[in-house]
Design a protein around this ligand. Structure first.
Ligand code: MG
Length: 298
């Protein structure tokens, strides 16, 4: 099997993972999770979001959280939906800003209340402003293979949107299977279409495990030479705006796979699983990933 020597895992548990939790997670527990993941060797981490607390109450303490984080080895990022969110993020020291767009009109209207064209115009300004302030920028494309409202999404549509958002100055673009419906050929098709206009080194893959495909889809992305993969410790997550979406690909499962393939991640699986066990114990449930459960029995 053709595999890269190294893969960069972007740990999204503290943001994408926790944002969907109904019970409020105390700031101290979020901080402990981030520090444990950092100590486990995670190279990049989404730590929070500057979004309206009305829409995503779990992220209401992001400013306080990032204000009290120690210096991390991981490169931290925060999600922002608009110029107001960016302003808050720029007041923090977080080096990377994540913005998001949807590949379909219906998801865009329901999630961010504007058309794809309007969203692109707004994001172009946000990306430019973040870059002027010296921040690294990533764009997440939701529904890159399937939309909960419109069904399968044409790879050409995603490619076109990706190219225009990268032209706005973003450093990276993540193709996101928001509802976890993709199978490996969908992953390959959207990556190949997008890679015509965006260098593969600037692409990332983000998958959910709703249909049990998250790990094989990550492998499909690697086989297309995309070596930045998102995952969440303990398979945390879902999406409050995507009905039926299950958790993210579990980081423990991804690290176990990559360890077995001899691919470097820089992450210590035991320390990672311990971080996952700590947060899932607090949430009162088992980790979603298979590897974390297997390790728990031995
Ligand atoms: Mg996600």
């Amino acid at each position: 099997m053709r595999t890269p020597a190294e893969v960069t895992i972007v740990e999204v548990g503290p943001r994408d993972g926790l944002q969907n939790e109904r019970q409020p997670v105390p700031l101290a527990a979020k901080r402990a999770l981030i520090e444990a993941l950092d100590a486990a060797g995670v190279p990049r981490m989404e730590v929070g979001a500057f979004v309206s607390p009305k829409w995503v109450p779990q992220m209401a303490d992001t400013a306080a959280l990032v204000g009290e984080l120690p210096r991390l080895r991981a490169r931290a990022s925060v999600l922002v939906p608009n110029a107001k969110g960016l302003e808050a993020a720029l007041a923090s020291a977080v080096p990377e800003i994540v913005v998001f767009a949807a590949a379909t009109e219906t998801f865009s209207k329901k999630n961010i209340n504007c058309s794809v064209t309007e969203a692109t115009a707004r994001l172009t300004e946000v990306i430019g402003e973040a870059k002027r302030h010296g921040r690294t920028v990533r764009v997440d494309i939701s529904c890159a293979t399937h939309c909960p409202y419109e069904g399968p999404v044409a790879p050409g549509t995603v490619a076109q949107l990706s190219e225009s958002l990268m032209a706005a100055g973003s450093n990276e673009l993540a193709l996101c299977d928001t509802i976890g419906k993709a199978t490996p050929n969908n992953v390959r098709d959207v990556i190949e279409a997008t890679a015509v206009g965006v260098p593969r080194a600037e692409l990332a893959w983000h998958g959910h495990d709703t249909y049990g495909q998250a790990l094989v889809n990550a492998l499909a992305a690697l086989e297309c030479d995309v070596t930045v993969i998102d995952s969440a410790v303990a398979g945390l997550g879902g999406c409050p705006f995507a009905p039926g979406a299950a958790g993210n690909l579990a980081t423990e499962d991804l690290v176990y796979l990559l360890d077995g393939l001899g691919v470097r991640t820089g992450i210590d699986l035991g320390a990672l699983a311990a971080a996952g066990a700590q947060i899932t114990e607090l949430l009162g449930r088992e980790p979603a990933g298979r590897v974390a459960r297997a390790l728990g029995r031995h």
